[in-house]
Design a protein around this ligand. Structure first.
Ligand code: BES
Ligand code: MN
Ligand code: ZN
Length: 520
């Protein structure tokens, strides 16, 4: 099914010079955004805590004298707005059309990457539907801060629509980043930043796609488009082949749906390296449940309402694979997407059914709503047995228990390898997708015992932990991390780079890890 064309991220350009063209005495764009820093610590005793205008402001003030506006006027506006220079705070300087249409005074907080990401996203939100904005914030950013600024500008612009008359809003058309310290060096940084943010954008779009369009074959079609565009290797298993080759989890979970299951494999090899080279090989496995009704253990309506995004892990894997070539990722990466619709019909899995996974392990299905682990188990077992991975990482909206534990701004991580866990945690920190590690607590392993099969798929107990323990044997002792993004996969509100609804969480952090990690 066709879906309406979506909005595009803004075009982003670089400029070593500042916001104003000195010869023409003209602003670079109709809207200018200048930084506002919190009061100096030395002034902390000063009750007013007057914030400080940052780089790029002088040339703008100069231009504003043509509007009869002075520096004192600007401070008066900041003061009446109660502006403090907090990250992402925006104060608008009201102007009557003239040499500049609008000046935004943008708080940059402590200038940490997270602050600049917020500031970038705030600029993007405030300038949607505009033609262009120019900002001197790069003057204050180190390379990591610069990347975060771009990330915020792009993801803060994100939109998804299905309106007959077109989108309600469009991202600002063009962003000019001025006062860039070194244009030649920053062109590369900008390319990296847009590749990572673009993957975040893509995984968010995939997660938001309604399930009357997004079924397992649709995901396979997306993978085929990505593979053709970026030169990835692609293989897709259909339902017949899945059954024949022993993928009992994926075949079983998908057996009730009119849209049959697929296993999708995407392969990336660094330019110049052979597929059989001895480079490290990372295998990423994503949960691709294109809709989760719960199956016969059916979900109540409220719990089912957001389940179109239960393929977020699979979308993350697809988005990551789509950006590796642009980042020049130095290691081999395989992405596996276990795609199925967990539906109901006369052929649905029943509670009490026993399924046999790839490689022979069995599971007793005591709850058909614990379907994610069933499909992930097959894909992990296949990866471990056939792909000779150096490292395995899986991403899944696996358990509602994550929301209770970590809320909707932090992803959960389990790992059997401390170095891998540390790398992923650090990558999440720089990418703006924060992970918190939880224990693979063997104390609860006995909860998984089944009277009939190797394991019970819904053993209760601490739900996120027992789900991770269920998956652990399928990784066959290889270095493995499991990202449970169930609740961080959905944002309750628009806030900075987050837009309400599906977040596509995980693509940016995995790319940051793959871009420069020492793997293996
Ligand atoms: N897709 C859900 C997990 C989920 C819940 C994702 C809320 C996003 C938001 C998963 O398939 C599921 O239903 N898990 C059950 C497992 C239980 C039956 C053992 C859960 O967490 O309730
Ligand atoms: Mn479920
Ligand atoms: Zn699910």
């Amino acid at each position: 099914m066709a879906f309406p064309s979506q909005v595009n991220p803004p075009q982003i350009g670089l400029r070593e010079a500042s916001l104003v063209d000195p010869d023409a005495r003209r602003a670079v764009a109709g809207t200018l955004a200048v930084p506002v820093l919190p009061a100096e610590p030395a002034d902390a005793g000063d009750e007013s805590g007057t914030p400080v205008l940052g780089p790029g402001t002088a040339v703008v003030l100069d231009l504003l004298t043509e509007h009869g506006i002075t520096g004192d006027d600007v401070f008066a506006v900041l003061e009446s707005a109660g502006a403090r220079g907090a990250a992402g705070e925006v104060t608008v300087l009201p102007l009557h059309r003239g040499v500049v249409e609008e000046v935004l005074l943008v708080g940059v907080g402590a200038l940490a990457p997270a602050d600049l990401r917020k500031a970038g996203a705030a600029i993007a939100r405030r300038t949607r539907d505009r033609e262009a904005v120019a900002t001197s914030l790069p003057a204050l950013a180190d390379p990591e801060g610069f990347r975060a600024l771009v990330d915020g500008l792009i993801l803060g612009s994100f939109g998804f629509h299905w309106r007959s008359e077109g989108p309600e809003h469009r991202p600002v058309g063009r962003v000019v980043l001025t006062d860039v310290p070194d244009e030649a060096a920053y062109v590369d940084l900008l390319g990296r930043a847009t590749a990572v943010s673009g993957a975040g954008w893509y995984s968010r779009m995939l997660a938001l796609m309604p399930s009357n369009v997004k079924n397992p074959q649709w995901l396979a079609d997306q993978a085929a488009e990505v593979a053709a565009r970026t030169g990835l290797d692609l293989e897709v298993w259909d339902e017949t082949r899945l059954r024949a080759e022993g993928f009992g989890g994926i075949a079983g979970v998908g057996q009730a749906s009119d849209s049959p299951p697929r296993l999708i494999r995407l392969g990336y090899t660094p330019a110049g390296a052979g597929a059989t080279s001895d480079l490290p090989h990372v295998v990423l496995v994503g949960k691709g449940i294109t809709f989760d009704t719960g199956g016969l253990s059916i979900k109540p309506a409220e719990a089912m309402a957001t389940m179109k995004r239960d393929m977020t892990g699979g979308g993350v894997v697809l988005a990551v694979l789509s950006a590796l070539a642009d980042l020049g990722c130095p290691v081999r990466v395989t992405g596996l997407i276990a795609a199925a619709e967990n539906s109901i019909s006369g052929s649905a899995l029943r509670p009490g059914d026993v399924i046999t996974h790839y490689g022979g392990r069995t599971s007793e299905v005591t709850n058909t709503d614990a379907e994610g682990r069933l499909v992930m188990a097959d894909a992990l077992a296949y990866a471990a047995a056939e792909l000779a991975p150096t490292v395995l990482v899986d991403v899944a909206t696996l358990t509602g228990a994550m929301k209770v534990a970590l809320g909707q701004r932090t992803g959960g991580m389990f790992a059997n390898d401390d170095a891998l866990a540390d790398q992923l945690r650090a990558a999440g920190e720089v990418a703006g997708e924060v992970l918190w590690r939880l224990p693979l607590a063997q104390e609860y392993a006995e909860l998984l015992d089944s009277p009939t099969a190797d394991a019970d798929n819904a053993p209760g107990g601490p739900g996120a932990i027992t789900a991770a323990l269920f998956l652990e044997p399928f990784a066959a002792g290889l270095p493995w991390a499991h990202l449970d993004i169930a609740s961080v996969g959905d944002s309750p509100v628009d806030a900075f780079e987050w837009t309400s609804g599906a977040t596509g969480f995980g693509a940016r952090l995995l790319l940051r890890w793959l871009e420069d990690a020492e793997i293996g």
